[in-house]
Every structure is written in structure tokens, then in C-alpha cells.
Design a protein around this ligand. Sequence first.
Ligand code: GDP
Length: 138
Amino acid sequence: MERTLSLIKPDGVEKNLIGEVIKRFQDHDIKIVAMKMLHLNRKQAEGFYAVHREKPFFNSLTDFMTSGPIVALVLEGDRVIELNRKLMGATDYTKAEEGTIRRDFASSIEQNVVHGSDAPETAAFEIGYFFNSFEIVG
Ligand code: GDP
């Protein structure tokens, strides 16, 4: 069993996609073991995306991530890191496979509805960034 962090980004919340995204997880037997809604401040968004701080889109990305509420979830399942990335689709929604969340709902390379950890090490860091052990069930 593996765990991963998922975020429904401000554009996903704004477009009323919380239920749709969760349905896709549950349709694929992914278990939700933690969930909360929150509104990141700048410091929190910068810390989360620290690996991207040298990128030209860093300021724009942190502006976007602080622009409205998000939903953070911890997902659990067999190879769930890879499965979640598959359900999300490519970062650039124009290159994402049909039927993926980003292909169906993203509006730009930045406003792409969801985040998902990309490896076990990043999943561990990102889950710990949003949740303490008492907030994760099971
Ligand atoms: P992810 O793992 O698929 O989310 O992609 P990355 O880790 O490469 O990038 C993190 C996030 O930064 C993406 O999900 C986008 O929201 C944003 N992003 C990535 N590339 C670009 C870009 O070229 N321009 C802008 N404006 N945002 C980007």
C-alpha cells in the first residue's frame, strides 16, 4: 500500500470540481484517508513549491495557488502515486491523454486543476506538509 498527496487547486474548487475529482479517485478504488479545505498564504505556497523557486513561473504559480481555497487529500492504494498521476494527465493539458482530469478540465499549463506527488519521497514530504499523523485515518 502506498500513499500520495493530492491537491484540488484553486481553479478546480472555483469550477466546482471537488466532487468530480473525488468520484474519479473512488471509481478507481483509491481510498481517501485524510481531507481538508484550506486557503494557502504566500509563505505556505512558496514552501510547498520550493523546488520550483528558480523557475520563471514561480511567482505566477504561487499567486495562483494563493488565489482561493484548495482541497488537500491523502490517497491510499496499490501504486497510488502512479495511478493518481495517470488519472491527472500531463502537466500541459494539451498533451494530456483523453479522459484525464487535466485534459477534461484544465484551462492552462498553470491552471491545471490538480496536484499529485510524483515519487515516494515527495509524497512523504508533501503529506507531512499538509497533515499531521492524527489527521490521517487507518
Ligand atoms: P506537475 O507535477 O505535473 O504538477 O508539474 P510540475 O511539478 O512540473 O509543475 C508544478 C506546477 O507548476 C504545475 O502543475 C503547473 O501548475 C505549474 N507549471 C508547470 N510548468 C509551468 C509553466 O511552464 N508555466 C506556468 N505558468 N506554470 C507551470
